[in-house]
Design a binder for this molecule. Structure first.
Ligand SMILES: Nc1ncnc2c1ncn2[C@@H]1O[C@H](COP(=O)(O)OP(=O)(O)OP(=O)(O)O)[C@@H](O)[C@H]1O
Length: 313
């Protein structure tokens, strides 16, 4: 395993003690795209910060390519590339300088730094912007430069913290392609996200994290299968204060696995069953059914089943 995290804990001391990471175990295989999926404040950034030597753990061990990130941080850093949540490009330098100074920092000769920079600018389709400054770039382009810089010293593992935060949908898809390209080059990718579609589309395996703990980790397909349902019905009701009888009726319908209250209606997890839609509508009509959405089971459904909350709440 190229990334091994054992019993990781991080307590921020202060007026109010915060246990940001509460005993995390993870292992990521070489060549995987691994996602840490969880809501804001779940402890994702703290976990990444410790893995990348930017924060010290309260207890626990992280090894990257077999190297302990606390005991041997300088050596570990050679195997690690990081793209933090915010743009950390040097605004006083061109994008080519941002990349080549990074190479020099990692001990490249001037000639090697120049060659590696030119190759990365080409690989990330940035050659035309070589002389541009970071503030002249769109969010998507700046993100690409950050990724190019992060892998300039040829790390084995790239950590990306919320890589699609603030990107428009087109740039997000371009970023996903770039990340898949890195995996094809043999770079292991660990990313954090609170977008379930991103975790589902991009990641080979996903760990769902909440309140500093890993709730489950598996492939997106296995996680979705674990729900045991194929469809999610959301019923929006005018009369959503007295749904106890409706929930009871719904739970008795063949094909329905669970039915539970939402703030403005009811959510039903169900199998793909013939005739179920009309049964559900029939049961809900007396409660003033205003709207009905039917979606496939997603990682959001997994999170709801595990925590009782929406990922976005
Ligand atoms: N330097 C700090 N000092 C005190 N508390 C902190 C610090 N950094 C993070 N926290 C707290 O630790 C918890 C986990 O935060 P963290 O940033 O790791 O979560 P996250 O899942 O990455 O969320 P986000 O996407 O919002 O960054 C939160 O309650 C946060 O307020």
């Amino acid at each position: 395993m190229i990334v091994e995290v054992q019993g990781l804990r991080k307590v921020y001391e202060g007026k109010q003690q915060v246990t940001a990471v509460d005993g995390i175990d993870l292992s990521v295989g070489a060549g995987e795209i691994f996602g840490l999926l969880g809501p804001n404040g779940a402890g994702k950034t703290t976990t990444i910060s410790i893995c990348t030597t930017r924060a010290l753990p309260t207890s626990g061990i992280v090894r990257i390519a077999g190297v302990d990130v606390v005991k041997d941080s300088a050596l570990a850093r050679r195997s690690i590339g990081v793209v933090p949540q915010y743009n950390t490009l040097d605004r006083a330098c061109t994008i080519a300088e941002n990349i080549s100074f990074h190479c020099l920092y990692f001990g490249f000769s001037r000639a090697d730094a120049r060659a590696r920079t030119a190759q990365l600018l080409d690989q990330f389709h940035l050659t035309e912007r070589t002389g541009a400054y970071p503030q002249q770039l769109s969010g998507g382009l700046a993100q690409r430069v950050q990724i190019a810089r992060a892998i300039a010293h040829r790390p084995k593992v790239l950590f990306l913290d919320e890589p699609s935060a603030g990107l428009d949908p087109q740039s997000r898809i371009a970023m996903w392609d770039a990340v898949r390209g890195l995996r094809d080059e043999g770079i292991t990718v660990v990313l954090t996200t609170h977008y379930m579609e991103e975790a589902d589309e991009l990641c080979d395996r996903v760990a769902i994290i909440d309140h500093g703990k890993i709730l489950v980790q598996d492939t997106p397909a296995a996680l979705k299968n674990s729900v045991g349902a194929q469809k999610v019905y959301q019923l929006h009701l005018r009369d959503h204060d007295s749904t106890a009888a409706l929930l009871e009726t719904l739970r008795k319908l063949p094909g329905i696995i669970t039915a539970e209250n939402l703030s403005d209606g009811v959510r039903v997890l169900a199998h793909n069953a013939d005739g179920l839609l009309s049964d559900v509508v029939g049961a809900a009509n007396p409660y003033g059914l205003r709207d009905l959405t039917i979606t496939e089971t997603s990682l959001e459904t997994v999170f709801i089943q595990l925590t009782g909350r929406d990922l976005r709440e």
